[in-house]
Write a protein that binds this ligand. Structure first.
Ligand SMILES: Cc1cc2nc3c(=O)[nH]c(=O)nc-3n(C[C@H](O)[C@H](O)[C@H](O)COP(=O)(O)OP(=O)(O)OC[C@H]3O[C@@H](n4cnc5c(N)ncnc54)[C@H](O)[C@@H]3O)c2cc1C
Length: 301
């Protein structure tokens, strides 16, 4: 079993950002204000399964898909603070676009924390390529949301996705929902319970390339907000995952979720900070609210 590793970034200093974070923040702000904000209303009003790959590609060129990764793995190495300021800048223009990159970071985190060079090379090198790639993190299910995120609630979890060892593989069965990027990601870091464990006490993470036989993506949820990012279902039907795609060891899922929360979920707080009106422009907020209200009135007529 490989111990899950904590990663370090630039020292946490919330009053004065390191120069590399300030420079990254400015680049992301320029991108958000010039490329994302003018399209925010259009993205919010688009069909629920529309996805703006061209914007993702531009964000990828800026380094948004490798911001969380350390320089030794080819990343920007701006740390959690750098990721948070980037997410806040993006969310000030469009929270849905911010979440596309945030969900990718969530998907990358278990691979990063695994400390496994083989796993990291197979699933993180793709973010250094010319063409944009995205990841997703699959935890939530129809009957289990918080029950799979809060370790104290694990005993209450029911009908959880399962993982069973079979020779050199694990066999994955179950159904995830509202998984951001599931429709467009190259891989998912999927959390499943070792078959036979009580509740979710055997929660374990595996990396699943989403072109693996037995994986079905969709449908995409028709959301009221965050419409620029696609939240979709992911069904796993006897999906064979090589044992080398295990992150850490069997039952390490709870520790992973906590470590992942410390690293990547702080960016969700940064998104909400922008949402709460401190940054999101009144212009885009009022217009997006109008477009949402119109859409809701259409669907409830
Ligand atoms: C925009 C968006 C994107 C998302 N993207 C992803 C993603 O990429 N991957 C993913 O896995 N999931 C994703 N989710 C789902 C998210 O993880 C779940 O919504 C979350 O885990 C909560 O689960 P739930 O919605 O089933 O709510 P529930 O777990 O049913 O909770 C409902 C309410 O009950 C409260 N509650 C629950 N348990 C307790 C308890 N024991 N004690 C006290 N109060 C409790 C909660 O705080 C909440 O207020 C996304 C959700 C949204 C809205």
């Amino acid at each position: 079993m490989t111990p899950i590793q904590q990663q370090s970034g630039p020292e946490l200093n919330l009053t004065e950002y390191p120069p590399e974070v300030v420079a990254f923040q400015q680049r992301v702000r320029d991108f958000a204000q010039s490329e994302v904000l003018p399209r925010a209303i259009e993205l919010d009003a688009a069909p629920h399964d529309h996805f703006a790959w061209h914007l993702v590609q531009k964000g990828h060129q800026l380094g948004l898909t490798r911001a969380l990764l350390p320089p030794e793995l080819g990343g920007l190495g701006v740390g959690v603070v750098g990721v948070c300021v980037a997410m806040e800048e993006l969310a000030a223009a469009c929270p849905g676009v911010a979440l596309i990159f945030g969900a990718t970071m969530l998907g990358q985190t278990p691979v990063l924390l695994s400390g496994e060079p083989g796993l990291q090379s197979r699933f993180l090198d793709m973010f250094m390529a010319e063409e944009a790639a995205l990841a997703c993190n699959a935890v939530c299910e129809e009957a289990a949301g918080s029950d799979l995120v809060i370790p104290e609630s694990f005993e209450h979890a029911q009908v959880v996705t399962t993982l069973r060892r079979d020779g050199d593989d694990y066999v994955l069965n179950g159904h995830k929902r509202v998984i951001t990027n599931a429709a467009v990601a190259a891989f998912a870091t999927a959390f499943a319970n070792i078959e036979g464990s009580h509740g979710a006490s055997g929660l374990t993470c595996v990396v699943v390339p989403l072109d693996t036989p037995g994986v079905t993506r969709g449908p995409v949820a028709d959301k009221m907000g965050y419409r620029a990012c696609l939240g979709a279902e992911l069904a796993f039907d006897d999906v064979r995952v090589p044992a080398e795609n295990l992150v850490g060891g069997e039952g390490d899922g709870a520790d992973l979720l906590v470590a992942q929360g410390n690293m990547a979920r702080s960016s969700v707080a940064a998104v909400s900070r922008a949402w709460r009106g401190t940054r999101w422009s009144a212009r885009s907020r009022s217009a997006a609210s109008v477009s949402r209200a119109v859409r809701c009135s259409r669907t409830t007529r």
